[in-house]
Design a binder for this molecule. Sequence first.
Ligand code: WTA
Length: 653
Amino acid sequence: MSVDQTAIKALLEEHRTFVPSPEFVAQANVSDPTVYDRAEADPEGFWADFAKELHWYKPWDAVLEWNPPHAKWFVGGKLNASYNCLERIINQGKGDKIALLFEGEPGDTRALTYNDLLKQTNKLANTLKSMGVQKGDRVCIYMPMIPELVISLLACARIGAPHSVVFGGFSAQSLVDRITDADAHYVITADGGYRRGKVVHLKEAVDEALKECPNVKATLVYERIGKPDICPVNMVEGRDHWWQTLMAQASDVCEPEPMDAEDVLYILYTSGSTGKPKGIVHTTGGYLVGAYATAKWTFDLKDSDIYWCTADIGWVTGHTYIVYGTMANGVTQVLYEGAPDWPERDRFWEIIEKYKVTIMYTAPTAIRAFMKWGDDLPAKHDLSSLRLLGTVGEPINPEAWMWYYEHIGGSRVPIVDTWWQTETGHLLITPLPGITATKPGSACRAFPGIGVDVIDEVGNSVPNGSAGYLILTRPWPGMLRTIHNDPDRYVRQYWSQYPGRYFTGDGAKKDKDGYLWLLGRVDDVMNVAGHRLSTMEIESALVDHPAVAEAAVIGKDDPLKGQAVAAFVILKQGHERSDGLISELKKHVGTKIGPIARPDDIIVTAELPKTRSGKIMRRLLRDVAEGRALGDTTTLADPAVVAALKQKYSDEG
Ligand code: WTA
């Protein structure tokens, strides 16, 4: 596409708006546009009003204490997150309301009410205590997407033991790194889980990991598969306990621990621009208030809704919008264990029809896959129960937005494109579905009370129509409080570029109306199918292989996944490129980090383009991988390297 056409397309996009229907506005939780001004005039009062809707053992003394870059919210307040998601809802007369409609990948189903969840949570809380878990102890959770995963988070919250959930798709080695960094002494897992018709052997990965985690005292293993022939389990006497056995003996009464608003609720690891994942620390009070408020207004949650977030609880989206934010709103949710294309590519639409889902929250990468699979699949199903759609995780291209709008939403329902990060705890940029005229591809504007800006290199706000770095101008309730074990990195990473302001690592554009358009990462973090991956982490995994001397990894544009991993490697003396070696290297990355990190392309090269100071020029590698004309090469130590690489990429890539 020529530059002119790109500009014309962008202009058209900026002018295409979708206003909420009068019917939607009439029933919306919030439809008065003046909320933005009111929140702006008094952000602390705005958040405190939401906080008052939650249950506190002791009210807070101050809403915010801000000693940049350290914030405390609801200072002095005491509350329990699990109480707010369970008893608070039950006390509203909703004990028999269904909390979770579980659909296992093989087709098994269960419905759990809020009363059921409270009982199970209490039993698990008592079980954890009997295993020795105390307030403040970190518990690692490595589970499939089953109700017991939700119960595990709530039980930890109940007794004040911060959880550290590790996505079930991560490898044993990733588990070692996370268990070690968090110094978790307990692990909750399952024998396995179902994914695309296969069994994922979770306990086996835990066993492998625990060889290198001598501090782990005990594990609790939920029997999900229960078939020793396809999923054998080796229980270590004195260390490993079956969930079902211990739970059968546990009392279903457990008083929740009153937690300080600033006590840690959880740690969640995410990729940064170095090789070492960061343990993002979230505390209890502010996080819960932010999660509750944003879920209520952005998803317009009502008592009658059947809400479905398709994310895994191993990612922050599941923490906030399956567990804490949505449960604190007392909503009924669908929880699905498996893949969207199992057994057929219309599984999602089948689930929506079956449970009469009213709100769906998913990722652009999934939407692009559905587009590819064909319009006829959703068309076969009755999706008329839907009244609101959401997306998260990466920029949504206008084409995917339009497809979602037309083919899933029947050109009737609002779409909320929500921008946020593991670090932010809850969404910060989004339309409000009863107020905002949306534009396909734009996350629109900051949630009320949130301060956002786009700035240039030196920190000046850019005018409408320009692009720059996305920053947050003031603290917000769910913000990370620190990086576990690395408080300096917290300051360096987020608050040192523009002191007093939070650096998101994302690029963004303000259009002529001030709408925000997210442009992707500006650092060495990739976004592959909505999952955050660090280039350096994959480089370390590659260099860990005996045949690899040096590696450079980039995210290249991919029509389906947003970005795909491409790796350039220099082999050690005595090793030569072969198809066998390439697949071995891909497999090696999968084993070290997890299947999501496996490179699509691995190019063997004799040299890598570097600046005179020895820094790898990733921008040039991206140009090579995406087949573009080369950018500025004036700082390149040896321009011939790129020309050679380009040739190689077209031969091998
Ligand atoms: C990207 C996921 C554009 C962004 C909740 C951010 C988005 C990173 C959007 C965080 C969106 C997330 N539009 N980009 N609506 N949502 N991102 O920590 O680059 O897994 O910095 O949190 O995903 O990813 P994370």
